[in-house]
Write a protein that binds this ligand. Structure first.
Ligand code: HEM
Ligand code: NAG
Ligand code: NAG
Length: 493
């Protein structure tokens, strides 16, 4: 009898204990990943000298569309399929909208007053919204000169510069660079430069340093106490701040002094207008001078290098695919004659537009999106993802996975043309990322590349110099896919 009671007692105890355990600490099911070492975790994965997106693609082959890595004490999650990325960034957009804190970036952005690196907070939402409105106002030309007019002006200047370089091997990198930089400067604060201008040189130098800051990790970002030691990265940050404050702060102050809400001259005016319009329930302005100067700075840094390098890629692909070049030229001749294309023509020039999209896919300038931070605990495709995980998507692989594209390793504008001959964007096209933090310059960048490329092809045939051969299709193994230097021969048409 006693044994029987004891048996029941033990059983009940066992069941209750199991139940409590289940209630309080249901074991979490993390996404699979390679085994990790104590302290450093899986850090070694990124120390091979190979491009990180290639390494992450192989991990996806081994472990699937959601992979988990450990970095120090933090969790790092990699998404590699359209399904996983859409589930996270679109269907759970708020949960995946944070950004991780980095010391160097917070210094650079006046204590996270920016958009691109700012965490997901109420004031960030106001800031991003007002920035989107300001860009929209400019792109569409609401009470200001529309962006396509400003871009077209740069196309004309570019053609004049290139006309002096025809019929011989020549490097057109600086010319393309100036065109793209002028578009963004004209849009942001209403100024364009000539190639020898010292302010242009200073801006360029600063933009290159900024790209270097983004590319290279530094322990200081995770352990700010290290700032007492000399750091190459912090020195770069100080340089960029100095140039930026000397140039952008001055432009900002000039704009404040001459502001007229009825005449919005550029993005800075549009930001000032948004700042006046955004007030909380007590009528206080929510956005400050720091927010505006940081927005000016980020449009600049976000919009310049990416567009310039994508344009350089476009020329490389055209050198490799002369039939694409010919087809764009024939399309323009039939649809608009021999004048320069405008953005209003884009529906009449589907092959040119598809070429722009195919360039964005094939080159994948941003091989991964900007790192996101999960703002709450969540689940993704059956796996548990804790709050504060860092999440990145392998955009390069989504753009090259044969499951998503007919001929991913070749340049085929047809990837973006449907059976009716119209341009469409397949679900696997993510050059501008998606969700709450998708690129704010998507339309502007597509417009720029369309007009600059179309304008060049309207005036020139572009070939590779015989002595150089065709330029490389593979970049250096960095996170940002930068084309190599090359020369071209331009022939007047
Ligand atoms: C070929 C050109 C461009 C490419 C490939 C590109 C790509 C991207 C990507 C992948 C992101 C990361 C989004 C994420 O974290 O998921 C991004 C963010 C951003 N881009 Fe672009 N971009 C381009 C041009 C531009 C231009 C022209 C501008 C501005 C005028 C711009 C402004 C921004 C800003 C402000 C963000 C931060 C958004 C946020 O964190 O909320 N970009 N871009
Ligand atoms: C443009 O400005 C005029 C006055 O100059 C104003 O009546 C109109 O509402 C403005 N339009 C927009 C879209 O802001
Ligand atoms: C430009 O290229 C096309 C073929 O792609 C050719 O028919 C035409 O003659 C070329 N024009 C010049 C001036 O080289």
């Amino acid at each position: 009898m006693l044994t029987f009671q004891l048996a029941i007692f033990v059983t009940v105890l066992f069941v209750v204990q199991k139940f409590l355990c289940w209630l309080t600490q249901k074991p979490l099911k993390y996404p699979p990943g390679p085994p990790s070492l104590p302290f450093i975790g899986n850090m070694a994965v990124f120390m091979t000298g190979r491009a990180p997106y290639h390494v992450l693609k192989e991990l996806a082959d081994q472990f699937g569309s959601v992979v988990s890595l450990k970095m120090g004490t933090g969790r790092f999650v990699v998404l590699s399929t359209v399904e996983a990325i859409r589930e996270a960034f679109v269907r759970q957009s708020e949960c995946f909208a944070g950004r991780p804190y980095m010391y160097s970036i917070s210094l650079l952005t006046r204590n996270n007053c920016g958009i691109a690196f700012g965490d997901y907070t109420p004031i960030w939402k106001v800031h991003r919204k007002s920035c989107a409105v300001a860009i929209h106002r400019n792109v569409r030309g609401k009470n200001c000169t529309s962006s396509d007019v400003k871009i077209l002006q740069e196309v004309e200047h570019l053609i004049v510069r290139l006309q002096q370089k025809t019929n011989q091997p020549t490097d057109i990198s600086d010319d393309l660079n100036l065109a793209v930089l002028n578009v963004i400067c004209d849009m942001t604060f209403g100024q364009r430069y000539e190639i020898h201008d010292s302010e242009y040189r200073a801006i360029l130098d600063s933009a290159n340093k900024f790209t270097a800051i983004l590319q290279h990790g530094d322990p200081i970002d995770f352990i700010p106490a290290l700032k007492i030691f000399p750091s190459k990265k912090l020195r770069l940050v100080q340089d960029v701040i100095k140039t930026r404050d000397a140039i952008l702060q001055k432009k900002y102050e000039e704009h404040v002094a001459t502001f007229d809400p009825k005449n919005i001259r550029d993005l800075t005016d549009a930001f000032l207008l948004s700042m006046l319009e955004c007030t909380d329930e007590n009528g206080n302005h929510e956005l400050t001078e720091d927010h505006i100067v940081m927005a000016m700075f980020e449009l600049f840094t976000g919009g310049f290098d990416s567009t310039f390098k994508t344009l350089k890629w476009a020329v490389i692909y055209l050198l490799h695919n002369p039939e694409v070049q010919k087809r764009i030229q024939d399309e323009m001749e039939q649809a608009i004659g021999s004048r320069l294309p405008t953005w209003d023509d884009h529906l009449k020039l589907p092959y040119l537009e598809a070429t722009v999209l195919e360039t964005l896919r094939s080159s994948s300038y941003s091989s991964l999106n900007g790192p996101r931070r999960t703002t709450t605990d969540t689940q993704l495709l059956g796996y548990d993802i804790p709050k504060d995980s860092i999440v990145v998507c392998n955009l390069w692989w989504v753009h090259h996975d044969p499951a998503n594209w007919k001929d991913p390793d070749n340049f085929r504008p047809e990837h973006f043309i449907n059976e009716n001959g119209e341009v469409f964007q397949p679900k696997a096209f993510m050059a501008f990322s998606l969700g709450r933090r998708a690129c704010l310059g998507d339309l502007l960048a597509r417009m720029e590349i369309f007009l600059l490329l179309g304008g060049m092809l309207q005036r020139f045939n572009i070939t590779a110099p015989e002595e150089d051969g065709l330029p490389a299709l593979e970049p250096l193994p960095d996170l940002i896919r930068s084309p190599n230097e090359y020369r071209v021969v331009l022939k007047n048409r």
